[in-house]
Design a protein around this ligand. Structure first.
Ligand code: SAM
Length: 228
């Protein structure tokens, strides 16, 4: 694991006790609605085996389970402390794993969900190749991530995101860096052209982007079409 990834792992270990509370407070509870929308559009079937990657404390796993009682869900994350919090909430297998070196055989999952985690992965092309490798052909990845909102709303949003959110985040979590890093990681996220390119190069097609709440976050869906 590279030094930046280690730093991110430490950061999530550090904020794990307050992570859920901060999500609710800083998003005004919209995070729950965004996960629900993303889980609904993922079109989960009873027979699906789903990997929730960068599962953190397991909120997406809970959302998926509320929508479908029969599918199999496995959570994976490289922060042990986020997983320990998750273990108090979810009744599904949780595995400590780096998204860039997944400990699964080829072609075992029908779907992968990754919610507010992809932005944090330091080697995104490698992680996408790993996701593609462990998905069945025809399997689908759903990535929900913060994005840059539409012009109409962008001034108020950036003011909140760059000045209010890092301060409130630092006070509640006790970690100054973590919530200052959040806007930085959204700004540094690949543009749509680059994003499409790395998805395509990892073997995905049928790529679609659906903005939620004026583009505060965007759900990306793509289908694994070959074994590249
Ligand atoms: C913002 S949290 C999102 C957690 C959860 N998915 C949710 O919806 O709340 C990001 C998560 O990504 C995980 N993460 C970041 N980079 C990772 C990597 N390379 N491999 C595995 N997990 C990673 C972090 O440990 C953290 O738990």
């Amino acid at each position: 694991m590279d030094k930046n990834a280690e730093k991110i792992q430490c950061m999530f270990d550090g904020i794990s006790p307050k992570y859920d509370l901060l999500n609710r407070v800083l998003s005004f509870r919209r995070d729950m609605c965004w996960r629900k929308k993303a889980a609904t559009v993922a079109g989960i079937r009873d027979s699906d085996t789903i990997l929730d990657l960068a599962c953190g404390t397991g909120d997406m796993m809970l959302t998926i389970r509320n929508i479908n009682k029969k599918c199999r869900i496995i959570g994976a994350d490289f922060s042990q402390k986020m997983l320990l919090r998750g273990a108090e909430k979810v009744n599904e297998p949780l595995i400590a794993a780096d998204a860039c070196a997944l400990p699964f055989c080829n072609g075992v999952f029908d779907k992968i969900t990754i919610v507010f985690g992809f932005r944090n992965i330091t080697d995104k092309p490698l992680a996408l190749r790993e996701m593609s490798r462990v998905l069945k052909i025809g399997g689908q990845v759903s990535i929900l991530e913060f994005s840059r909102p539409s012009k109409l709303f962008s001034k108020i949003y950036w003011f909140y995101f760059r000045f209010i959110l890092p301060r409130v985040g630092a006070i509640i979590s006790g970690h100054k860096y973590a919530y200052g890093y959040l806007p930085e990681s959204v700004i540094n996220f690949p543009c749509e052209t680059e994003y499409r390119k790395i998805l395509t190069e990892a073997g995905f097609s049928d790529i679609s982007f659906t903005p939620y709440d004026l583009g505060i976050c965007t759900a990306t869906m793509a289908v694994k079409t070959d074994n590249s």
